[in-house]
Design a protein around this ligand. Structure first.
Ligand code: AMP
Length: 279
């Protein structure tokens, strides 16, 4: 059985002991409801670090929508069993009061890269992410932090804050794990109806087609318009954005010589799906 720690004092004591023994520590921050995407991060950490801590914390500060927070799937027992297959060395699953005790008042707020796209659609979201990630790094004394490219903008925000605050941790970005039909794995996918689940892969298919068209010489704008049209036609309720951006700064980019990323967010069945690919 993998130990499940609930307090900062416990995780700190464990991490200190590991450090004294000369082990490096990898941390994999998650919100639980684990799937193969999360496990791929944990496996990578397992391969690269002496010790691995997976954190499971549904961080209230990064939810701008109370309904989304309430409905967020929770499955700690199943999560622990999955992490046993990796296996990781410890699970840190604190209560919100442990992470944000009475008197907590600090916010880590990243500018620039955190402002457009998700930052605009979900006010306060990246402040919540940046704050909790900084705290988790401090709590676990991790040498490496593992994050998925599935949340591309989040990964860039974490890279930025780590650099800006001189945090002594290396950030490792891991490939997006997909279902057989291309849908990016996400804890929110379980909230789709059967019909919604059948339509959901159109998100990835549409941005993939757009990226191919752009590489073949079609205008960015036209390719994006066609992708949005394909998604609406497939039954998506709303396309929030499909954008071609500089991969690191997330600013608009029409320079094909620089690494670019196509990022999209759309609603299906009352579930908000996001995805992104290199262009
Ligand atoms: P979450 O529990 O959704 O906050 O995700 C925790 C971590 O797992 C984040 O770094 C995500 O980017 C990563 N992640 C989530 N889904 C996937 C996926 N399909 N492939 C790779 N990484 C993922």
């Amino acid at each position: 059985m993998i130990p499940i720690l609930r307090t900062v004092a416990e995780v700190r004591a464990l991490a200190r002991g590991w450090k004294q023994a000369g082990d490096s520590i990898g941390v994999v921050p998650t919100m639980g409801a684990l799937h193969d995407g999360h496990l791929s991060l944990a496996r990578r950490a397992r391969a690269e670090c002496g010790r691995v801590i997976t954190t499971i914390f549904v961080n209230p500060k990064q939810f701008n929508n109370p309904e989304d927070l309430k409905k967020y799937p929770r499955s700690e027992e199943a999560d622990a069993a999955l992490l046993g297959t990796v296996p990781v060395d410890a699970i840190f699953a604190p209560e919100p009061e442990e992470v944000y005790p009475e008197g907590f008042i600090t916010t880590v707020s990243v500018g620039g890269v955190a402002e457009p796209l998700e930052g605009r659609m979900r006010p306060g979201h990246f402040d919540g992410v940046a704050t909790v990630v900084t705290k988790l790094f401090g709590m676990t004394l991790a040498d490496r932090g593992y994050f998925g490219q599935k949340d591309w903008q989040q990964l860039q925000v974490v890279l930025r804050l780590t650099r800006d605050l001189n945090l002594p941790i290396e950030i490792v970005g891991c490939e997006t794990i997909r279902e057989g039909d291309g849908l990016a794995m996400s804890s929110r996918n379980v909230r789709l109806t059967a019909a919604g689940r059948r339509k959901a892969p159109v998100l990835y298919a549409a941005i993939t087609a757009a990226a191919d068209d752009i590489r073949a010489g079609q205008s960015d704008r036209m390719a994006i318009r066609e992708a949005a049209e394909a998604m609406r036609h497939a039954g998506f309720d709303r396309v929030e954005y499909i954008e071609l951006r500089d991969a690191a700064t997330l600013m608009p980019s029409d320079d094909p010589a620089r690494p670019r990323r196509m990022l999209a967010a759309a609603w299906l069945d009352g579930v908000r799906l996001i995805d992104n690919i290199p262009v």
